[in-house]
Design a protein around this ligand. Structure first.
Ligand SMILES: C[S@@+](CC[C@H](N)C(=O)[O-])C[C@H]1O[C@@H](n2cnc3c(N)ncnc32)[C@H](O)[C@@H]1O
Length: 224
């Protein structure tokens, strides 16, 4: 947009990301997301199939899994714990982390912006479900690079994304509060995945299994 003014472009990305971060954190601290979307403790058959595929390619019966943007831990972390995973969840919202500690007490939860999370711990797998699109898309590459660096060799990632191009979408009434989304079109996102070093497999689009929304689920492989 500002090809001849890289400083302006950089500043506008920083400002957009800052505004999004503040809004998203506030929203998940105060909105009705859990009552609207996360009451259930079970997985849909589509979700169960995707998670089973993710676990089946991890070569460890008690894998260490990181959940990025874990929310309340319900239902995904609860399911992973029931499958003998050792779980660490990271979320920017204090309320979501408090709920997760109640819903999945044997996991370890950290209330922090994932981009600021520093650890020497390595993981066999990472899940990032319905969370990347709440981060300004200029930072999606940084998210993926960070995840890549936190994985053991051959580590796996299960994530879902939207396919359409969206520089910045705003709704004032998402579960009763304001909310932002930002994402690249699918082709650009796949290019970023390749450049980060991931191989990837398409697992399915939840729309084709009865969901009213369309999120594409992908399985990523870190090269050995
Ligand atoms: C739509 S919710 C999904 C929660 C959970 N993954 C699930 O599917 O139940 C998105 C979550 O991502 C979290 N999130 C957004 N940006 C984040 C960031 N930069 N670092 C950590 N968590 C973030 C939000 O606080 C929120 O809990």
């Amino acid at each position: 947009m500002h090809k001849s003014f890289p400083i302006i472009s950089c500043l506008s990305s920083l400002i957009i990301n800052r505004i999004m971060t503040i809004c998203v954190r506030h929203s998940y601290n105060t909105n009705d997301y859990n009552a609207c979307y996360r009451k259930r403790e079970y997985l849909t058959s589509f979700e169960e199939k995707c998670i089973a595929q993710f676990l089946s390619v991890i070569n460890n019966p008690t894998p260490k899994i990181l959940d990025v943007g874990c929310g309340s831990g319900k239902p995904y972390d609860q399911f992973l714990l029931s499958k003998n995973c050792q779980l660490v969840g990271v979320d920017i919202s204090k309320k979501q982390i408090e709920l997760a500690r109640l819903n999945a007490p044997s996991a370890k939860y950290i209330n922090i912006n994932f981009l600021r999370y520093n650890t020497s711990e390595k993981f066999d797998g990472v899940i990032m479900l319905y969370s990347l699109f709440h981060v300004s898309r200029e930072y999606h590459r940084s998210f993926l690079e960070k995840i890549y660096s936190m994985l053991n060799d051959g580590g796996k990632v299960l994530l879902n994304v939207r396919k359409e191009d969206n520089l910045l979408k705003f709704r004032h009434d998402f579960c009763g509060k304001s909310m932002f989304w930002s994402h690249y079109d699918y082709k650009t996102f796949k290019k970023i995945l390749r450049e980060t070093g991931f191989k990837f497999e398409f697992l399915g689009d939840e729309k084709n299994s009865g969901s009213s929304e369309s999120h594409v689920w992908l399985l990523l492989h870190k090269k050995n």
